[in-house]
Design a binder for this molecule. Structure first.
Ligand code: GAF
Length: 387
């Protein structure tokens, strides 16, 4: 399968640029099992990699030219001058790969140019981290070709810098770390404060379960103001409570501290979400480690309610997936990713897949919503070289 993908993408590269690439790499999209809007508060997250990947065929150049092409976007290669790459100069899809080249150079790594052809199966704008997959696959390719010797975490940090500074989206580090470091058959518990991580067993097929991803087809964008507003609200909460970040608030102290926030109703809700969400990540980690995977279902549902009512990043389509799936017998469900549209995840007994899918699709039709795209997500490998 990977061989066939590598061959196809190499062939496309050859047609575009006249010779074959020096190599082919892949980086996955992700689903976040639990731990939402915690990463920019130094908290815990638990993503796993999707089977869907961004694939890059890449060759080095020595003349300072960066040529970027995507098989998923109309038009020929875009040609950029590496020394002239600058934050804010590019607002299309090329900002992600170009931002990585910029971030590598800013960190002192010599990148003398490259020809890049990309092709991705990660649905765009679906909250499944298609942009981080693009960033990480390009970073890994350049790391190998220019012998930079950078590990997965270092690459993830540089990709986040590309996203924050070059693209201008104020995200945390979850998505880039997930693309770079996730492991097949596992969910990754990541402490975003120091980037320590533990791979937790999450082999649902072996336990007779499945995880469905429901892409509501409602498009989201992180660079718009809502994500940044939530982030600013969290920072205000930390400042009001006299801590560096909301991560520093122990779950046991939450009620007492919330009482200190007086008339700051919105900040109080944001703080409550982040502190309880960090606690939910720890609960889910303990359940997965003790082999009681089914018991995570109610924790996922609680997490959704907190994102809907306290953090206010859900939308009617995401709420409908969760409510319908749970009523149809799912073990648990929640929105995943930044929200304001995008995807929900639904944990089910494998035998219930058809019933739950049908219930969700029918509920969407009855509500007059676009037909959702539903697929099963098995925890898949992180970024790697294919050829
Ligand atoms: C988006 C961001 F990119 C992540 O950093 C994270 O904050 C997530 O939203 C919410 O958990 O995917």
């Amino acid at each position: 399968m990977s061989e066939a993908v590598a061959e196809r993408v190499s062939e496309d590269f050859r047609r575009l640029y006249g010779t074959g690439p020096e190599g082919v790499w892949a980086a996955p999209g992700r689903v976040n099992l639990i731990g939402e809007h915690t990463d920019y508060n130094d908290g815990f997250v638990m993503p796993f990699a999707l089977p869907h990947t961004a694939v890059a065929a890449v060759s080095r150049r020595t003349d300072g030219v960066l040529r970027l092409h995507s098989g998923d976007v109309e038009g020929g290669p875009v040609e950029l001058a590496v020394p002239e790459l600058a934050p804010g100069s590019d607002h299309g899809w090329t900002a992600y790969p170009a931002g990585v080249v910029w971030a590598l150079r800013e960190a002192g790594h010599e990148i003398t140019g490259a020809d890049v052809h990309l092709s991705s199966t990660v649905p765009a704008g679906a909250g499944l981290s298609s942009s981080a997959a693009l960033e990480v696959v390009v970073a890994l390719a350049l790391n190998d070709l220019f012998a930079l010797g950078l590990g997965g975490l270092r690459l993830a940090r540089l990709c986040r810098r590309a996203e924050n500074v070059y693209v201008g989206a104020p995200t945390g580090i979850m998505d880039q770390t997930a693309a770079a470091c996730c492991a097949e058959g596992h969910a990754m518990l990541l402490d975003t404060r120091d980037l320590t991580r533990r791979q937790l067993p999450f082999d649902l097929a072996a336990e007779g379960m499945r995880l469905l991803v429901v892409d509501t087809q409602v498009k989201h964008a992180h660079s718009d103001g809502e994500y940044g507003n939530r982030r600013a609200g969290c920072e205000r909460g930390a400042a009001l409570l006299g801590v560096d970040t909301l991560r520093d608030i122990p779950y046991g102290d939450l009620d007492a501290l919330l009482a200190r926030l007086g008339g700051e109703e919105e900040v109080r809700r944001l703080v409550r979400h982040v502190v309880t969400e960090n606690h939910r990540v720890e609960t889910v980690a303990a359940l997965l480690e003790s082999g009681t995977t089914r018991a995570i279902g109610p924790v996922l549902v609680e997490g959704h309610a907190s994102l809907r009512d306290d953090f206010r990043v859900s939308c009617p389509e995401l709420d409908l997936v969760v409510d319908t799936a749970v009523r149809a017998g799912a073990l648990g469900a929640r929105m995943t990713g930044g929200g304001f549209g995008g995807s929900a995840i639904v944990l089910i007994e494998a035998a219930d897949a058809d019933t739950v899918t049908k219930a969700v699709v029918e509920a969407f039709a009855a509500a007059g919503f676009a037909t959702p795209r539903v697929f099963t997500a098995a925890p898949s490998p992180g970024a790697r070289r294919l050829a």
